[in-house]
Structures are given as structure tokens and as C-alpha cells.
Ligand binder design. Sequence first.
Ligand code: SDX
Length: 426
Amino acid sequence: MDKAKFLVSGKEYEFPLLNGTENEVAVDIRKLRESTGLITYDPGYGNTGSCRSAITFIDGDNGILRYRGYPIEELAGQIRFSAAAYLMVYGRLPSESEFLEWRKQLTLNSFVHASQVNFFDNYSALAHPMNILSSMVSSMSAFYPYDAEDESDIDLHIRRLIGQVKTIAAFSYRKSVGLPYIYPRTDHSYAANFLRMMFATPAEEYVVPKVMENALDMLLILHMDHEQNCSTSTVRMVASSMSNIYASVSAGISALWGRLHGGANEAVLNMLQRISEDGGNVSKYVELAKKKDDPFRLMGFGHRVYKNFDPRSRILKKAVDDVFNEMGIHDPLLGVARELEDVALKDDFFIQRKLYPNVDFYSGILYRALGIPTEMFTVLFAIGRMPGWIAHWLEMRADPDLRIQRPRQIYIGETKRHYEKNDTFL
Ligand code: SDX
């Protein structure tokens, strides 16, 4: 089958089909309005492909996630975040010399611009760290200006974004707790540098525990990309107008902040704490989540694409046990999470709607075990997602099909009416 046929007002129209390398099929409707006068209506774009992409493949029915063809299970916890970031951005794993140079450059370019550090001193003490992150990343284009018509040095800006996103995050935390800033070192991995910048004290050498470095590496890789999710689509939308990479990524950070998207990991922890403080009455909250007239939803559950287990939540569910055992810690919220998952997965409401735990359900418990404060969980999501946003920005800008993104609409407002002169408004 290479064409789709539509009958519109008795007339037959044919539209070509596009086939992906994993046998996905799309109807190419680029000529739809021109030939039929019709547009499509698809709020939330659940049935609409915005692009052709070679970065990430998801099979939501079978719980499959691959970055550049590699199954997530073969990357998360198996290689360093910086190596996976190179794969994500450039489409292949680096050679040994490329990797060592890339990792060194990520560190050397991870120092926030000296003038920009002052922002932290004058920012509102009430600011959420995602607010600070999106503002600081957007303002990077003021400290590292480049001509959007000549992006020949884009690799340098890419290293700055990946390198500095973790430094901005760590500095915002250090500022919030009144501690001096700690700077990154070239003899530390990306994850180790972040943990050291978060928790070291200048009074003595801080050795990052391997179990924490490895857990964070895995968490960052698990969050690295997820095809056309809300925040990545936002990056692409802004990039399509030829905005610079900092402005595009800053918009993605703002989209990620929402509790239906990246903000869900923070919301999951708050939900688990609410259930725990309410006597651990899990069934009460599963029932509440089913009520149409109540805004409460099981945070960390459900997904637009996965109608099976999110492979990332499977990996995280196992990793939590491993890390807790190795660190010798116990967190009562883990018990609440396990019971909540167990009750929900047996409940018809969730079974019928194919609602399973997603990446956010267990990630917060692991971040908490690493000592990350709850309000920084979504910032950690953004740090992991940075290489994915950059990869999509690059792919979009090189796409021969690139057009400024400008959806249509169905107008349902007032029909034409006339203004009757009123001197009040003069
Ligand atoms: C991420 O897109 C990505 O790839 C995102 C992400 C990534 O890596 O970038 O994977 C990261 O954002 C994961 C999702 C994190 N968000 C949450 O955990 C918030 C809780 N989940 C829901 O809000 C919801 O499941 C969404 C937002 C994730 C998906 O929303 P959809 O696809 O629009 O689904 P829907 O709201 O239309 O739900 C379908 C039905 C509805 O019931 P009915 O109207 O059919 O009776 O399922 C119900 C919903 O009410 N439902 C839930 C639910 N999620 C969906 N009911 C209770 N609890 C939930 N969590």
C-alpha cells in the first residue's frame, strides 16, 4: 500500500504514504488543504507526525526505547553519560580519542560566564530552580552571542549548553542553601562533577561515592531523549523560526517544567509523601485518581505513547533496589510507591486505559537517595534531556522539509459584527 484514498463530498483524493525504517506508516497530508480545502483536527497531536527523525525510536505497545538504534537497556548504566551524549548529538559513538577530548571540552566549557554568576545573587530567593534554569540558559545567548545566519561554531555552543546546564543547576542549589560555589574538574566524569558541585565542601576533599556517580549516570541517560515529547517539540517549534539554540532550549526547559511532563517527578514525590502522611492509604488515592470531578491523578502513571511498561521505569524500579542495598538506606516512600503500583496495576480503570508507571514514577525516589532536593528533580530531568534537545535542534535545522511551524485552527468565535461608536472609549 503506497497511497491513502479519501472520499470528500463524493470526490476521491489520494495521498502518498511515508514509511519509516521500523515500518511505521504516515499519510503525507502536505497537499490536503490545497487539494480538498480541508484541514485536520488533532488537539495534542496524538495522531500527527511533525517530522521524520533518526534520533529515537519508541514502540509504545511493546515498551521499546532506542537511542540512535541502541536499546536503552544497553546504554543506561552501561556507559558514561558523556559518551551517550556524544552518540545522541552526533549519531554515533565516539572513538577513544574523540571521547576523551569531548569529555575534557565538556568540563572546560562548563564554567558559567563570570558575569552571569552575578545573576544568582540578584535572583528572587523564591524562584523555583526550573525558573532559574530556563532564564539562565536563555541569557547564555547574551554572553555567548552568535550570528544565527552563521552557526559554524555551533559545536562550541553545544559543549557550553551540555557543560553549563549542570553547573547552573548546582550553583542554584548552592545559592539556595547559602554555600559557596564548587567548580568542576577535568579528572571527574560528568555525573561525578555534578555531585561534587552539589555536595562538596571547600574545607576538605570530597570523594564522590561510585554508587552515586553510577546511579546518576544511568538516570541522566534514561532521560536523554524521547522523540517528539512536549518539551522537544517546543524546542523544534522555536528552532523552526531560526531562533538561536539557547533560546530554543530555554523554551524546552519551560515546557518540561509542567507537572504533566517533566514536573511529574517532583509531583510523584509530593504525592507519595501525601499518601504516607495519610496513613499510607494507597487504595483511597487510587480511587481518587479515577474520579472525573477530582483533579487528582496518579502522578508518574500513564503515557501518551507507552501503552505498556515504560522501559525506563522497569530499569529504575530495579536500580532503586540495587542502589538502596549498596548504600544501605531505607526509604518508607519506596514501600508506598511499590504498593501504589501494585494496586493500580490490578485496577480495571488503569488496566482498561493501559496506564502503567512511566519514567517519573521511580526516578524521584532515586534522586532523593542521592540527596537531591525534591524541587530539583525536574532540573535533573533537564540536565539529562539536554543532549536530546540539542540533537533535535540540529536535525530540524538540517531537515530539507524544514518550514516554520505554524498549525491551523477551526475558528469558533463570533461571526462578523460591527462596532457601534462609543465615546467612552475615546
Ligand atoms: C513524561 O511524551 C513523553 O515522551 C514524555 C516523557 C518524556 O520522556 O519526555 O515520557 C516524560 O512527561 C512522562 C509523563 C509524566 N506525567 C505524569 O506522570 C502525569 C500523570 N499522567 C497523566 O497526566 C497522563 O497520563 C499523561 C499526561 C502522561 C498523558 O496524557 P494523555 O495521553 O493526554 O492521556 P489522557 O489524559 O487522555 O488520559 C486517557 C485516560 C483519561 O481517562 P478517560 O477520559 O478515558 O476516562 O486515562 C486517564 C485520563 O483521565 N488517565 C489517568 C492518568 N493518566 C491518564 N487517570 C489517573 N491517573 C493518571 N495518571
